[in-house]
Design a protein around this ligand. Structure first.
Ligand code: ADP
Ligand code: MG
Length: 397
């Protein structure tokens, strides 16, 4: 990942700065129920306002598909955003055009305005040049602090960034720095732990990782497909048996690239995926035909943890078992705690992401102990697939 431009490289005093945030906070009955995303975004806005910029905050919310849907208005965010940035935020009832221009014209240096939902205009998702022109007309400079939206070449991510000098905000900067230390220029050896339900959703990710990491540990439902491809009896386990050839191709690619693959040695099996069912730990060569694998076993966790102890960098996506249902959370929790311990000791840089992965790491109580946990979802996964993210490409120095 080439270097990108940050707020350290620009004088923003007196300038109109459009800041793209991801303000998709949970709301109920027109009230914000969890302001975490607003609070995380606040430092960049505070910094810009503190330096005397006129700050214009833009975000999408939900999927209004180009129509003005009052349920998806950003107006309920004005008060929480004002509280988070420590000044009264003005609201523009439209994100472009006369309403937006009037609000921006009224901003003093250090003032902050919030624009209405970008996706009320179809031009946003279409990256329409006229819509991008209209957004660019509001500002002198552009700052992107929405890594989670950077895999989409929308007008507020791509179009406007091509029309104005563009910089990474502090959240974007932190994310890019963490990701770069994890895969672009990692301290080696570097390991990846990949789990989750299906191989089919993570083919590109696995293909990219075997090229970049030294050790790849595979768990979760997707590991069953690999075991099956190697001729192991997996009983009634979740697996994509039709992807056996694909799994073998990934293993062959790993071998040719010198990437060591760690698969399960043992497994926790049960009749059904349900809380409180009888479980047993069996060797992977002894999975009963009428059972399903629902977690990695303790010998597997121990072997993976031992290999991690010799690594300096870890990238993690995907739980190792059906962690939502106890006791099938045990393998993921144990390996996550082992990784957190190594991180605490300063021996391992740990970067993780993925919707269910974040939930599993939170469940294990290690979110704060990992070096960096990305909440970016789809953008994080596309980055793991080795794709160039449009919103990152336009920030390159
Ligand atoms: P992420 O959202 O972090 O990218 P995925 O969506 O790929 O992760 O996978 C998470 C899902 O995989 C979880 O719902 C989990 O229950 C499921 N899973 C993991 N291991 C198994 C297994 N052995 N059998 C069935 N489901 C599993
Ligand atoms: Mg998921």
């Amino acid at each position: 990942m080439a270097a990108f431009k940050t707020l350290d490289q620009v004088d923003v005093a007196g300038r109109r700065v459009l800041v793209r945030l991801d303000l998709n906070v949970p709301m109920k009955d027109g009230r914000v129920t969890d302001a975490t995303r607003i609070e995380r975004a606040a430092p960049t806005v505070r910094e810009l306002a503190g330096k005397g910029a006129k700050v214009i905050v833009a975000s999408h919310y939900g999927r209004p598909k180009g129509r003005r849907d009052p349920e998806m208005s950003l107006s309920p965010l004005v008060d929480p955003l004002s509280a988070a940035v420590g000044r009264k935020v003005a609201f523009a009832a439209d994100c472009v055009g006369p309403d937006a221009e009037a609000v921006v014209d009224g901003l003093a240096d250090g003032g902050v305005a919030l624009l209405e939902n970008l996706r009320f205009h179809a031009g946003e998702e279409a990256n329409d040049p006229e819509f991008a022109d209209a957004l660019a007309a509001l500002c002198d400079l552009y700052v992107d602090d929405a890594f989670s939206a950077s895999h989409r070449a929308h007008a507020s991510i791509d179009g406007v960034a091509r029309r104005r000098p563009a910089y990474a905000g502090r959240l974007m900067q932190a994310e890019l720095e963490a990701l770069s230390r994890a895969l672009e220029s990692p301290a080696r050896p570097v390991a990846a732990v990949v789990g989750g339900a299906k191989v089919s959703t993570k083919l590109e990710l696995l293909g990219n990782l075997v090229e970049k990491v030294d050790i790849l540990a595979i768990g979760g439902g997707m590991a069953n497909t690999f075991l099956h491809a190697q001729g192991v009896e997996i009983g009634r386990s979740l697996a994509e048996r039709d992807l056996a050839d694909t799994a073998r191709a990934i293993l062959a690619k790993a071998e040719s690239r010198g990437c060591e693959i760690l698969l399960a040695l043992d497994a926790v099996v049960a009749d059904t995926l349900a809380a409180g069912v009888a479980t047993a730990v069996v060797g992977v060569d002894a999975v009963p035909a009428d059972r399903m694998i629902l977690d990695v076993g303790p010998a597997t966790v121990a072997a993976m943890a031992e290999r991690l102890a010799a690594c300096r960098t870890l990238v993690w996506n995907g739980p190792l078992g059906a962690f939502e249902t106890a006791p099938f959370d045990a393998g993921t929790t144990a390996l996550a705690r082992a990784a957190a311990e190594l991180t605490d000791q300063g021996r391992l840089l740990t970067v993780a992401g993925g919707g269910d992965t974040v939930a599993a790491l939170a469940h294990a109580g290690v979110l704060e102990r990992f070096s960096y946990v990305s909440t970016a979802g789809g953008a994080f996964l596309e980055w793991l697939e080795g794709k160039e993210l449009p919103g990152v490409a336009v920030l390159r120095a």
